[in-house]
Ligand binder design. Structure first.
Ligand SMILES: [Zn+2]
Length: 444
């Protein structure tokens, strides 16, 4: 038989989606992104952006064409490795055909110039996500599929990349993003903020927030911190965010050291009750409470450092963050944790459907941010702790973070790790807790 030399494989277009069971068209096949370099100028009065993104990627097959994900906005031009490329839009897919096909395993750079007024999209449970306008600015909260509203990307958590954001705003505004503030350039009328996030970020965890912020630089237990609070509420918001250092230290002692080089938080105008674990710098709607801060900081380990392999695994984010709230509340005491477990396990009838009829391991897109994913997900972890005991349980959590740091992991991998670390057969336990559409029996 004849073996073709590498690169001689037939060229074809990259797939339009990664085949996620919940969002088949999310992300794209044929390449992996290493870095997004986003330059964006925002005009608060018109709500419009003028932007470009330079995407450094590596092909995983020979590509005659490939897709990016983008919804709305107007694309002005696309280049691949500096040469103009043809492009076509259809729905949320931007198909790029380079002048010369890309060989397999080759690094390449795509630059897309685009602009217009970004509009949020609805999440499957009906909430607006992505680029969200506020009275004096805008902010980004993208879970699960909002990233496509503000930059062309490979929009799936399975393709994480580093980011740099260069954001230009009028001088009355401040722009915050993920990571570290590299520089601020001041001109007579404008300010340009450069933020750099060196550790891999899932596209839905990338953010920019623009408002009349007070930006505070500090340190949380030695980790450089940037916190953006609204002027009118600065005192209260600082108060609510104050325990950040303590939360990171406490969770660090249970889960392994805080995984990122910076921390902080961003308060947004309005959006009461809304929060998102945007990497290194969670977003908080006005009126946020301390326990929300605890929840979003727990996500820095569970969701951000270790991201879902597919959206169906969402309980690995929300169940873990909810259980971490319990850990914070009880200080890890066995009695305290069992008390919370009992209260929820014997929850009033009115919660029955939402909690027991929905399987947290396969909640469907519509229920992926529902009661079951958060609370039954957390109950699953707590039941596991009660079954195998603290030493093995915490060893599992630490190994989980260490082994998948900056990457992705699935429910099946968690089950396998729990079995390996505990030396027990746990298939049935997880089948009942995660996939059965009725209440697990025999617990107290
Ligand atoms: Zn959460």
């Amino acid at each position: 038989m004849v073996v073709a030399p590498p690169g001689a494989a037939a060229q074809g277009p990259g797939a339009a989606g990664l085949g996620d069971p919940y969002f088949p068209l999310a992300g794209n096949g044929g390449y992996q992104v290493d870095h997004y370099e986003i330059a964006l100028a925002f005009r608060p009065r018109s709500g419009r952006v003028r932007a470009s993104v330079a995407i450094s990627a590596v092909s995983t097959q020979a590509l005659s064409a490939f897709n990016l994900d983008l919804r709305g906005l107007r694309v002005g031009s696309v280049t691949v490795d500096g040469a103009p490329a043809a492009f076509r839009r259809s729905g949320s897919e931007l198909t790029v055909t380079p002048g010369v096909p890309i060989a397999s395993g080759r690094p390449f750079q795509v630059v897309v110039a685009y602009g217009g007024r970004p509009h949020p999209v609805k999440s499957p449970d009906g909430f607006p996500t992505g680029w969200l306008p506020t009275r004096r600015g805008a902010f980004v909260a993208s879970e699960p599929r909002g990233a496509i509203t503000w930059f062309p990307c490979n929009d799936h958590p399975a393709d994480k990349a580093s980011f740099r954001f260069t954001v230009t705003v009028p001088r009355s505004r401040v722009a915050v993003a993920n990571g570290a503030l590299e520089s601020v350039t001041r001109s007579r009328r404008a300010r340009t903020y450069v933020w750099r996030a060196p550790e891999p970020v899932a596209t839905y965890l990338a953010t920019v927030a623009i408002d009349r912020y007070r930006l505070m630089r500090g340190s949380a237990g030695g980790i450089p911190s940037w916190t953006a609070v609204l002027h009118r509420k600065a005192r209260h918001q600082r108060f609510v965010l104050r325990p950040t250092a303590r939360v990171l230290a406490r969770f660090g002692s249970y889960f392994g050291a805080y995984p990122f080089s910076t921390t902080g938080g961003i308060s947004v105008d309005g959006f009461d009750g809304v929060a998102l674990e945007t990497q290194t710098r969670p977003i908080y709607g006005t009126g946020f409470k301390r326990i929300i801060v605890v929840h979003e900081l727990a996500h820095q380990w569970f969701g951000d450092a270790v991201s879902v392999r597919s959206w169906q695994d969402i309980w690995l984010n929300e169940g873990f963050a909810t259980w971490s709230e319990w850990l914070w509340r009880t200080g890890g005491s066995d009695r305290g944790l069992r008390r919370i477990f009992r209260r929820l396990y014997h929850a009033p009838r009115r919660f029955k459907r939402a909690l027991w009829r929905v399987a947290p391991g396969d909640p469907t897109p519509k229920k992926m941010f529902g009661l079951s994913v958060y609370n039954r997900g957390a109950l699953t972890l707590e039941a596991l702790r009660q079954l195998i005991g603290d030493p093995v349980f915490y060893a599992i959590l630490r190994r989980w973070v260490a082994e998948h740091l900056y990457g992705n992991a699935s429910t099946a991998e968690f089950v396998a790790l729990a079995e390996a670390e505990s030396g027990r057969e746990l298939d049935r336990f997880f089948a009942i807790w995660l996939y059965q559409q009725k209440k697990p029996r025999g617990w107290q």
